[in-house]
Design a protein around this ligand. Structure first.
Ligand SMILES: Cc1cc2nc3c(=O)[nH]c(=O)nc-3n(C[C@H](O)[C@H](O)[C@H](O)COP(=O)(O)OP(=O)(O)OC[C@H]3O[C@@H](n4cnc5c(N)ncnc54)[C@H](O)[C@@H]3O)c2cc1C
Length: 400
C-alpha cells in the first residue's frame, strides 16, 4: 500500500493557504494528511466592513492560479479593484511626459493588467475552499517549538504536538520556522518605511496603477473598486513617522505634493499604517523535512507589488514538486525532492529582489548624470517593443 505523509503548513497567509489548497486538490491528496496552523484568529472578510488597509496588486498569473483551486470566483464576486493601465514617472518629469512609462492592457491584448485585492479577502476565499477539503485548520495556535525527531519534525503548539514528514514555513517575514532551524538570511535595509492609507482624489483614478519615483522612495497609488485609491508611500523613516502623526489635512497635503497632483488634491479617507522596508533573502529555502515559501523565504520592496505574487509562484512550484515526488513514491520531505523546489525558485526570486533594489537606488540618486541617463533609458524603453513586452509579462506573472 502507498505510504501516507504528514505535512504541517505553518502560516495561513495567502501563500500558506494557496499551497494547502493546491496539495488538497492534487492527484495524490489522499496520501497527504495536511494541517495548517496560524497564530492569529481566522481571518473573515465582510463586504459591510470598509476596505482593509492591506491590499495587494494581484497579477493576472496569480489570479489564474487562484481560479484553478476555485478561490477566484468568490474574490471577484466580492470586491476587487481592476487596473488596466500603469503609469510610471519620476520626480523630474510629469506623468504625461515622453520619458514616463505607460502600459495599457489593450496593447498586450489582455482585459486588464491585474487586480487590487484585500489580503483578508484572498485568505477568506482560500479558506472557503479548504473548508470543503480534509485539511485540518487550526487558528490561534502560535508554534512554540520545532523539534527534530529522527526523520521527522515535531511541531509544538500550545496543547498539541504534530509530527510532520514535511513542515512548510509560510509564516511571514519574521518566520519562526526559519529561525528554529537556523536558516540565516541576508538583509539589506532600505532605510525606508512604507506609509499606507486610503485616499479620495479630486480626479478619478481611471483604473490606473500610478507610480511616481521620488528621491526618498517611490509613491504607488492603486485603484480601489469604490473609487478611492490605496497609497503605498515608501519614504525615509523620519518622514514616515511624521506622516503617522500628521493630521489628516497635513497628510493629504504631503501626499498630494508627492504625487505631483496627478489626480488633483488627495484627501485621507481611511486609517493609516507604516511598515519598515527591508530586502531579505533566506540563505536556503529547504532542509530535509523543511521548506520555506513566501515572505518567510524572501521579502522584496513593495514598489512593483510583487511580494505576494512571488509567494503564489513558490506555492505553485512546491505543490508541483511534491505531487511529482508522490507519483514516484518519494517522500515529500526528502532533500533531493525539496531541492527541486529551491532550484526553481531561489534564483528567480533573487533576480526580482535585486531588480527592485536596483530600481529603488536608480531613482534615489542625486547624480545629474545618472538622472539624465535614466531619462534616456526610459525613453528608449518606451520605444522598444521587445523590452516592454518582457517587462509586462513579468508584471502580469505570465512569463519571463
Ligand atoms: C506596504 C506593503 C505593500 C505591499 N503591497 C503588495 C502588493 O501590492 N502586491 C503584492 O504582491 N505584495 C505586496 N506586498 C507584500 C505582501 O503583502 C506579502 O508578500 C505577502 O502578504 C506575504 O504573504 P505570506 O503568506 O508569505 O506571509 P504573511 O502574509 O506574513 O502571512 C504569514 C502568516 O503566518 C502567521 N504566523 C506568523 N508567525 C507565526 C507563528 N509563530 N506561528 C503560527 N503562525 C504564525 C501569521 O499570523 C500570518 O497569518 C506588500 C507589502 C507591504 C509591506
Amino acid at each position: 500500500m502507498n505510504k501516507t505523509f504528514d505535512v504541517v503548513i505553518v502560516g495561513a497567509g495567502v501563500t500558506g493557504l494557496t499551497v494547502a489548497a493546491l496539495l488538497a486538490q492534487g492527484p495524490h491528496s489522499s496520501r497527504l494528511r495536511l494541517t495548517v496552523i496560524d497564530a492569529a484568529t481566522r481571518p473573515v472578510f465582510s463586504a459591510v466592513d470598509d476596505v482593509a488597509l492591506r491590499v495587494s496588486a494581484v497579477a493576472l498569473g496569480s489570479a489564474t492560479l487562484l481560479e484553478s483551486v476555485g478561490a477566484w470566483e468568490f474574490v471577484q464576486s466580492s470586491r476587487v479593484g481592476i487596473y488596466d493601465r500603469m503609469r510610471v514617472w519620476d520626480e523630474s518629469g510629469h506623468a504625461d511626459s515622453s520619458s514616463a512609462l505607460s502600459f495599457d492592457a489593450a496593447e498586450f491584448a489582455v482585459p486588464q493588467l491585474g487586480f487590487i485585492v484585500e489580503n483578508v479577502l484572498l485568505q477568506h476565499a482560500l479558506l472557503n475552499v479548504l473548508d470543503n477539503s480534509d485539511v485540518e485548520l487550526i487558528f490561534e495556535a502560535p508554534i512554540s517549538a520545532l523539534q527534530e525527531e529522527g526523520q521527522k519534525y515535531r511541531v509544538v503548539i500550545d496543547n498539541r504536538k504534530l509530527d510532520a514528514d514535511l513542515v512548510i514555513g509560510a509564516d511571514g517575514a519574521r518566520s519562526f520556522v526559519r529561525e528554529s532551524v537556523a536558516i540565516s538570511t541576508r538583509d539589506w535595509p532600505y532605510g525606508q518605511s512604507a506609509v499606507v492609507t486610503h485616499l479620495t482624489s479630486e480626479k478619478p483614478h481611471q483604473n490606473t496603477a500610478w507610480q511616481r519615483f521620488l528621491r526618498d522612495g517611490p509613491l504607488g497609488m492603486l485603484p480601489l473598486s469604490d473609487g478611492r485609491i490605496s497609497v503605498v508611500w515608501s519614504t525615509r523613516e523620519n518622514t514616515a513617522e511624521q506622516a503617522l502623526t500628521a493630521s489628516d489635512a497635513e497628510l493629504g497635503e504631503m501626499l498630494s505634493e508627492a504625487s505631483d497632483y496627478v489626480l488633483g488634491t488627495l484627501t485621507v479617507a481611511g486609517p493609516r499604517g507604516a511598515f519598515p522596508l527591508v530586502a531579505r533573502h533566506a540563505e536556503k529555502y529547504v532542509l530535509p523535512g523543511i521548506a520555506l515559501i513566501g515572505d518567510a523565504a524572501h521579502a522584496v520592496h513593495p514598489l512593483a507589488g510583487q511580494g505576494a505574487n512571488l509567494g503564489f509562484q513558490d506555492a505553485a512550484v512546491l505543490a508541483q514538486v511534491i505531487n511529482a515526488a508522490l507519483a514516484n513514491d518519494e517522500c515529500p520531505g526528502d532533500r533531493p525532492v525539496l531541492r527541486r523546489y529551491e532550484r526553481a525558485r531561489k534564483g528567480e526570486n533573487a533576480q526580482m529582489m535585486h531588480f527592485m533594489t536596483g530600481l529603488n537606488r536608480l531613482f534615489a540618486t542625486d547624480s545629474t548624470l545618472v538622472r539624465e541617463l535614466r531619462e534616456i533609458g526610459m525613453r528608449l524603453f518606451n520605444n522598444s517593443g521587445p523590452l516592454r513586452d518582457r517587462a509586462v509579462k513579468v508584471a502580469l506573472g505570465v512569463g519571463r
